[in-house]
Each structure stands twice: as C-alpha cells, then as structure tokens.
Design a protein around this ligand. Structure first.
Ligand code: HEM
Length: 183
C-alpha cells in the first residue's frame, strides 16, 4: 500500500537493534576496529512541507548507539527523512555531532522496499559539510546508505569513506544494523 510517505512509510515508529556493527579507525587502539552496538531509533511523521509547488512528506528522526553497557552513546544523529512523490526523490539530512552535516539523496518508487542514497563533498545537491579540524585530519570523501524495509523491521548498510591522517589510503568506515519495532 502506498501512503503520503512513499517508501519511508515503513520506517515510521520506535525501533531497536542490538546487532549493529561499526568499522572505524580507533584512536585509542591506533587501528581499524570492528565495534558491535545496540541502537535505538525514533522516526516521527510530519507533512506536508510546501516549497512553492513542491510538497514534501517527512520523518523527523533521532538515533543513538551504545557499545556494551556504556552509559553514554558513542554515536548519535538527528535529522529528517523527506519524500517528494512528484519526482520520486528521497532525502536524508542529518547532523553527526562531530561537526558533520550530510544531505544524501536518491530516487525510489513509492512502494520501493529497498533504496540507496548518496552524498559527497562538492556535489551540487547531495553534499557533506565538515569542520576545519576534520577537513585536515579525518575528512569524509563520500557517504552511501542502502535501506531495506521488511515487516516490522528495517535495515541499513552504510559506507562512509574517510581520509584519515593516520592512514595512507582512504578507508571504508562502515555501519549496518537491523531494527525491530518496539513502538
Ligand atoms: C552508525 C553510524 C556510525 C557509527 C556507529 C560511527 C562510529 C564511529 C566511531 C566508533 C569512530 C572512531 C572514533 C575513535 O575511536 O577515534 C568514528 C569516527 C568517525 N566517524 Fe563515524 N560513525 C557512524 C557514522 C558516521 C557518519 C555517517 C559519518 C560522516 C558522514 C562519520 C564520520 C566519522 C569521522 C569523520 C570519524 C573520525 C573522527 C576522528 O578523527 O576521531 N561517522 N565513528
């Protein structure tokens, strides 16, 4: 069934997933490391937002990830997912509190159960902003995420290419998780 939220309809709700896996360069261990995590995501619908003749329907979202039994999450995001039914454009705009903003985009059918969004610095529409320190020491070269929506679950697979000052070559900072509905 299609709804005003198109392919985003299946993401509405409160979700948890304990099978997350992050691959990142760890400064404390001075190497690329795999970290399992627990994630809690909230996605709340709103709309329409009208830009002249454009009518967007969206989800406002926040997510947080914890490793082991740590009190504070080691990664968080806040942002919006947006759907433009007229063009099939899907957008995800979010902030990573390291001082990074991402506006990733792609296209999908209204009833798609899998879709991919991309962003890269310098791209005219779907781009990435980062602070001055990160530009010198840990610059984001690209971002790509594939979402797959199931029944009362959804998953993401994302790759953030980073140029770290500690490493000669760009490396793939990857994250994936499957979220199950808790509300
Ligand atoms: C599920 C999503 C994500 C998780 C769990 C995550 C987790 C992590 C972890 C554990 C580190 C290593 C910190 C350290 O030990 O030094 C890291 C570093 C980093 N992440 Fe992510 N990350 C995620 C998504 C992203 C995204 C989407 C971006 C950018 C678009 C990003 C950009 C960075 C950058 C630039 C660094 C290096 C910062 C530094 O030099 O210390 N991450 N991330």
């Amino acid at each position: 069934m299609t709804s005003e939220w198109g392919p985003l309809a299946g993401l509405v709700g409160e979700w948890e997933g304990e099978g997350g896996l992050d691959t990142a360069y760890s400064h404390s261990q001075e190497k690329v490391l795999g970290t399992p995590y627990l994630e809690k995501v909230s996605l709340k619908p709103f709309g329409p937002v009208d830009n002249g003749n454009q009518h967007l329907w969206g989800l406002d979202y926040k997510t947080a990830m914890w490793r082991g039994d740590e009190q504070n999450p080691f990664h968080t995001e806040v942002g919006y997912w947006l759907w433009d039914a007229a063009t099939g454009e899907v957008l995800r705009g979010f902030v990573v509190p390291r001082g990074i903003t991402v506006l990733a985009g792609g296209t999908a059918a209204a009833d798609a159960t899998t879709f991919t969004l991309r962003a890269a610095p310098g791209e005219p529409q779907y781009t990435i902003g980062e602070n001055r320190y990160l530009a010198k020491n840990a610059s984001t070269l690209s971002y790509e995420v594939t979402i797959t929506v199931g029944d009362d679950s959804w998953s993401y697979d994302e790759t953030t290419m980073l140029q770290m000052i500690e490493l000669a070559e760009p490396f793939a900072h990857t994250d994936h998780n499957t979220l199950r509905r808790v509300g």
